[in-house]
Write a protein that binds this ligand. Structure first.
Ligand SMILES: [Fe+2]
Length: 385
């Protein structure tokens, strides 16, 4: 065993959370040394009115800005490269990302290129970003990815049609500015899909082989909050449930940024690269299938998850208590009326062998309670198809 194998660490950015937090975005960008801001967002967020509001707050601080909105779900390498050119051409100094995980990941990619140069592929993997990146302020508009508090970015390699995972302290945002009011313009479908991503983060981080004292309380609390608020947030979009989901997303993000994830994400990453399937929807299909197979390798943890989800596990055997977690997850998916098959999301069974190879090599598989073989992964895909 390597002497460093027993070391554990815990990374978080500065976090400011609360109703109306967006109003201090200009002040925060100024405090971080900003004069000229690159505002990374997507057309939907512009339409929702949040970019105008953000610009108003930047102007209050006399900041100059340029908007970069060439952002799509599953952001592409070339969009990151174009964004970096816009940053350089306008001599920007601080990046503000307003949007979901795609805008935030695009912003992280831009931050890498403007300070480390080269191509974005050069940084695929762990700790390959060595030069400090410009200050990055993240204002999430979804309660899903937790990208505002993670040291990870997922960018699609458009030539290979696969997702690249970039991990390292260097790309941790300087500040996560979380305003639950921004969740009000999310569609119910998006709240459901992104909320399932949050629940998956929390569950996978909790059962991860890298989970520890500092990640577990955040993972468990995120599971409690998502179980309590997700269905309600989708149906009513009221402030208490949106606040609950914003904290669930935050804590799940903190947990998985440090404990990494598991087989659900290992299997869903290739699906995003191949078919452009929404990440949260792919996770919603895969979560119960992976939990069912994972259960025997982490019974006690799944039993604890069941409790966090509100199951009465008193007097049950450990196996029965663990299965309550699966029942609870299935019930949430049913109540949210989410798809339960990958076939309905466009997966082609002919691709299963290649998908399984990619999933096997995904870093998230290494922290799953059990490391599945390529054949076992193929059977998981077939079960989900
Ligand atoms: Fe995720």
């Amino acid at each position: 065993m390597d002497a460093y194998d027993s070391l554990q660490k815990f990374e978080v950015p500065e976090v400011i959370h609360g109703l109306g937090a967006l109003s201090i975005v200009g002040r925060c960008a100024r405090r971080l040394g900003g004069e000229r801001i690159l505002l990374v967002t997507d057309p939907g967020i512009i339409e929702a009115g949040w970019v105008d509001k953000t610009i108003g707050h930047l102007k209050e601080e006399d900041l100059k800005y340029v908007v970069y909105d060439n952002v799509v779900t599953n952001p592409r390498d070339f969009q990151v490269e174009t964004g970096a050119q816009v940053y350089e051409r306008n001599r920007c100094d601080v990046i503000v990302a307003v949007g979901g995980g795609s805008a935030i990941d695009t912003a992280k990619g831009i931050a890498i290129l403007v300070s480390n140069h080269g191509r974005i592929y050069d940084y695929e993997g762990c700790n390959l970003v060595t030069q400090p990146v410009p200050p990055l302020v993240c204002v999430p508009t979804t309660a899903g990815t937790g990208a505002d508090v993670t040291q990870m970015a997922v960018i699609t390699d458009s030539k290979r049609a696969m997702k690249m995972l970039i991990i390292g302290r260097a790309i941790m945002p300087e500040l996560a500015l979380i305003d639950p009011l921004l969740l009000q313009t999310e569609s119910p479908e998006l709240i459901a899909a992104t909320g399932m991503d949050t629940l998956t983060h929390a569950i996978e981080a909790y059962v991860s082989s890298l989970s520890w004292t500092l990640t577990d309380p955040h993972a468990i609390h995120a599971i409690e909050l998502a179980s309590e608020h997700l269905v309600h947030a989708v149906r009513y979009k009221d402030i208490p449930s949106l606040v609950g989901m914003s904290v669930a997303c935050l804590e799940a993000g903190i947990a998985f940024s440090n404990a990494i994830l598991g087989a659900v994400h290992a299997l869903s990453h290739p699906l995003g690269g191949f078919y452009d399937i929404h990440h949260g929807l792919a996770n919603a299909v895969l979560l119960p299938i992976v939990m069912n197979r994972n259960m025997e390798y982490s019974l006690e943890k799944y039993a604890r998850i069941a409790k966090a989800m509100g199951a009465d596990t008193e007097g049950l055997t450990i196996e029965a208590a663990a299965r309550c977690a699966l029942d609870k997850v299935r019930k949430i998916i049913e109540e949210l009326e989410l798809p339960s098959r990958l076939s309905t999301l466009g997966m082609n069974p002919k691709d299963i062998a290649r998908l399984a190879e990619l999933a096997k090599d995904d870093i998230c598989m290494t922290t799953n309670p059990y490391c599945y073989s390529t054949e076992e992964i193929e059977s998981l895909y077939r079960e989900a198809w």
